[in-house]
Design a protein around this ligand. Structure first.
Ligand code: NAG
Ligand code: NAG
Length: 247
């Protein structure tokens, strides 16, 4: 039986041989918050488990977005981990789960032409897990409010902003919304050269708020600017999970 499974895995391996090479899966820091268990899909142990075999198993699973190897076990998750995930260290009380290696296929932030956003700031976060940097290097797992940026509900001003370093030509901005709560509507993006972030509208999204979706903000003409501001006018939490800025 074991031999059969291995043969099958080798065959599948041949079919999907470009998986790792083509960056369908990207190596990420192999330390995750213990909440990752909520996104566990399956654990598989074999005598010889390779990265490639594990990637094949993950590809065969619906919703498998991350796989980790630990001592000969292939562990598959539906958690989304950005390529810039720094490993979990926000709260020292939090138990961290460590692996030998982890590979994510949620690599939105690493799309080559994506413009880097720096000097990130935002209105008050909902809690320590929902801080503004999560828009760049976040992690998110079904049913969890962690690791996206979320504002508190009572904020009158709900925004996330970043400095692009110098005026950059931006044609499109793609924002990933949260998985479970509908906290994305009446969203305006502005971009320009005024350092007080009082700039012209780039694009606007009315809603209704979708869940776990990539929303594209694409004006008719691209805009060149340095200061990027994303704001929700809706009287609710404002949650955003990832940003890709395309030139
Ligand atoms: C970030 O802000 C600092 C201080 O305002 C500034 O000196 C620096 O140029 C900014 N970085 C980028 C990439 O714009
Ligand atoms: C910002 O500055 C750049 C170059 O300095 C210019 O090309 C661009 O049109 C300016 N953007 C806006 C929105 O005024």
């Amino acid at each position: 039986m074991k031999v059969l499974v291995m043969v099958l895995m080798v065959m599948l391996d041949l079919v999907r041989t470009d998986l790792i090479n083509s960056n369908v899966f990207m190596k990420v820091v192999p330390s995750m918050p213990s909440h990752i268990s909520q996104c566990l899909l399956e654990k598989r142990s074999f005598n010889l488990i390779s990265i490639r075999a594990c990637s094949v198993l993950c590809s065969l699973q619906t919703n498998c977005l991350l796989f980790c190897l630990k001592g000969g076990t292939c562990i598959m998750y539906s958690a989304q981990v950005s390529s810039k995930w720094p490993g979990f260290s926000l709260d020292p009380k939090e138990i961290t789960e460590s692996f030998d290696e982890c590979y994510s296929n949620w690599f939105v932030n690493s799309i080559t032409p994506s413009i880097v956003a720096e000097n990130i700031s935002a209105s008050k976060s909902y809690n320590i897990y929902t801080h503004p940097e999560n828009m760049i290097n976040g992690f998110y797992c079904q049913r969890h409010y962690f690791f996206c940026f979320s504002t508190s509900r009572v904020n009158s001003n709900r925004f996330w902003r970043a400095d692009l370093g110098k005026p950059k030509r931006v044609s499109s901005i793609i924002i990933t919304t949260r998985r479970i709560y509908e906290q994305f509507s009446e969203v305006e993006i502005t971009l320009g050269n005024s350092s007080d972030y009082n700039n012209i509208r780039f694009d606007y999204y009315e809603g209704p708020s979708p869940v776990a979706t990539d929303i594209s903000f694409t004006p008719t003409n691209s805009v060149t600017g340095r200061y990027l501001h994303i704001q929700s006018f809706k009287n609710n939490h404002f949650s955003i999970c990832d940003i890709v800025i395309l030139g």
